[in-house]
Ligand binder design. Structure first.
Ligand code: FUB
Length: 599
């Protein structure tokens, strides 16, 4: 969605929701105007495909070039996957990327969508595209439309595979049509059938599915000059259809459009309204409501709410989360990220992101953010429960040399325990401040005394760090990498009990290595030992490096300070201390490492 003045957003939000809760959770996407929702569940995640109303409306009509994809595992925080395809995916299409749907068959994802055809007088047709991933990219396997029937009416395909493997494609504006798709999902057998009689007040936007042996056709019907959502049922996939009435009206939009799915044992209706600031019939936004089928399988009337459904479980802040996983935001946008996926961009002073229902458990100690900036940067304020709520940390971001030059910044956190809505409030000077790719908190650790120096400690479980990054490790999980001279990692509250005598580190290096200085309680604190790390022949060729330590017992904050020459020194997967003496590799006792234990 194009940035509008924050004052305008505020006033519009107040007038829209007539409530002090201006920042409600419907519509579920605020960075774009989205319409025509099409959900599908795959591998435990709910994927939502939408159409996209462009910010700039041309000829006072639907201005739509691409489809978008979002996903959620809690139905409140939605991750933006960008655009998996557009009308330009189809060489024969000239525009009008209208309501589509994606279905998974045999590990492939098939998208069906209407477009206007080039050199065909504006005729609408339906194309099919295929991908190996729910988030695309999709390609056109036919190089031509799949459905060309009645130029004005061939829109809004809905697809369903019955228990016997027969797939059906229904579609149509004004009239409802279907074909039986072949197993390949990109061709059909038999003719195009027009449904007669069509369901009562049928206009467009059909959504076809089956539940408990009953077939449902949910669709956009018409009453009182704007579209409602109505439905019909049948005992057969090809009808006849019994009209069951209207389940939802419309709000601030001429059209409405259903997408129905079950997810984690609940039933959901996706729809669209004109309820974002700047919204209307050509600036629509997808909303979401949970509902319960009546005992006889009928669908109750479903009101449009501002809060949407309940959150399905809390979000874990201690795993890496995409910055574009958003419940609500103010002012930011998203774009393709050079590190894959999307990042949050166009961040200006005062903008913010809300992430709902974050469980900090017994407490967070530090925060990491993957950021990039071509300007002077700014700050990420970490606040609880509102954008002006309790400040639990501030992460300063400086210039990184480019909008896609990514670094990981970390900062201390205190006072974040239990479940809260987490707000990232962005502050700084004027203009765009920085881009934001992902974030992660680190906990205060287990109860003091439980982090034993003698257990294997993952290098990436640090509380704070300087200069390093995490990456995926060939031995599983993650390792710390990109270590340069002077970088360090801090592990709080490590219990050395009655005393440690040796240190063992799992390391890999494609260069000549460096040293790990083992220091207590500060970066310049007592030096308990220095562990030399030699080259191992590769950044993922792992070996054990060892050294003796002395003068360390009881509980300390452990500082691992990395020293060496220029460039990247080595990677660190894990480390641990032992109570006995070790072979340090200095077999000749000449002060240098003559051998390290290889894997
Ligand atoms: O979004 C463009 C068209 O408007 C869709 O294809 C219809 O269902 C209606 O929502």
């Amino acid at each position: 969605m194009k940035k509008v003045s924050r004052v305008v957003v505020f006033l519009m939000a107040i007038s829209l929701f007539h409530s002090t809760e201006c920042y409600a959770d419907n519509p579920i996407v605020q960075t774009n105007y989205t319409a025509d929702p099409a959900p599908t569940v795959y591998n435990g995640t709910c994927y939502l495909y939408t159409t996209h109303d462009e910010d700039t409306i041309v000829n006072n009509f639907y201005t739509m070039n691409d489809w978008r994809c979002y996903s959620s595992t809690d139905m409140q925080n939605w991750t933006d996957h960008g655009s998996p395809l557009s009308y330009k995916t189809f060489s024969w299409a000239q525009g009008d990327a209208w309501a589509g749907q994606v279905i998974n068959r045999n590990g492939k994802f098939y998208f069906y969508g209407p477009m206007t055809r080039k050199n065909a007088g504006g005729a609408r047709v339906i194309g099919v595209a295929v991908s190996d991933s729910p988030t695309g990219p999709f390609t056109d396997p036919l190089g031509k439309p799949l459905i060309t029937n009645n130029g004005a009416q061939d829109i809004d395909p809905t697809v369903f595979i019955d228990d016997n493997g027969q797939a059906y494609l229904y579609w149509g504006n004004g009239n409802l049509y279907y074909v039986k798709l072949n197993q390949d999902m990109i061709s059909y057998s038999g003719g195009i059938v027009q449904v007669s009689p069509k369901p009562a007040n049928y206009v467009e936007g059909p959504w076809f599915y089956k539940r408990n042996n009953l077939y449902y056709m949910v669709y956009a019907g018409m009453t009182g000059g704007s579209e409602n959502i109505s439905y019909a049922t049948s005992n057969s996939p090809t009808g006849p259809w019994t009209s069951k009435g209207t389940i939802m009206g419309s709000q601030n939009s001429y059209t409405n459009h259903p997408g129905v799915t079950d997810y984690k044992g609940n039933s959901y209706l996706f729809y669209h309204t004109g309820n974002l600031p700047g919204g209307g019939s050509y600036h629509r936004s997808v909303g979401l409501e949970q509902f319960k089928y009546n005992a006889d399988g009928t669908i109750p009337s479903i009101p449009i709410t501002k809060n949407g459904p309940g959150q399905l479980g809390n979000l874990d802040p201690y795993v890496k989360t995409e910055a574009e996983t958003i419940c609500w935001e103010s002012g930011v946008e998203t774009e393709k990220c050079s590190e894959g996926g999307m990042d949050v961009c166009n961040i200006e002073n005062g903008d913010w992101i809300k992430v709902k229902g974050v469980d900090f458990g017994s407490g967070a100690a530090s925060f990491e953010a993957r950021v990039a900036s071509a300007t002077n940067g700014g700050n990420i304020e970490l606040r609880l429960d509102s954008e002006t709520g309790k400040l639990v940390g501030t992460c300063a971001v400086s210039n990184t040399g480019g909008w896609q030059n990514w670094i990981t910044k970390s900062c201390n956190v205190s006072g974040a325990t239990g479940v809260h809505d987490l707000y990232f409030k962005f502050t700084g000077g004027s203009g765009y401040l920085f881009n934001f790719n992902w974030w992660k908190f680190t906990g205060t650790g287990i109860t003091p005394g439980q982090t034993s120096a003698f257990s294997q400690i993952e290098a990436e479980s640090y509380n704070t760090q300087s200069g390093i990054q995490t990456e995926s490790c060939s031995e599983g999980g993650e390792n710390v990498g990109y270590i340069e001279n002077g970088d360090y990692a801090v592990y709080k509250n490590i219990d050395f009990g009655n005393g440690a005598e040796s240190f063992q580190a799992r390391v890999a290096s494609s260069s000549s290595g460096g040293n790990i200085e083992i220091r207590l309680d500060s970066l310049t604190g007592p030096l308990a030992g220095t562990c030399p790390v030699a080259g191992t022949g590769g950044w993922q060729t792992w070996a054990d490096a060892m050294c003796s330590v002395s003068g360390v017992s009881g509980k300390h904050d452990l500082y691992l300070k990395f020293t060496g020459g220029s460039g990247y020194l080595f990677n660190l997967n894990w480390f641990k201390f032992t109570g006995g003496s070790v072979n340090t590799g200095d077999l000749k006792e000449d002060g240098s490492v003559n051998e390290q234990t290889m894997p």
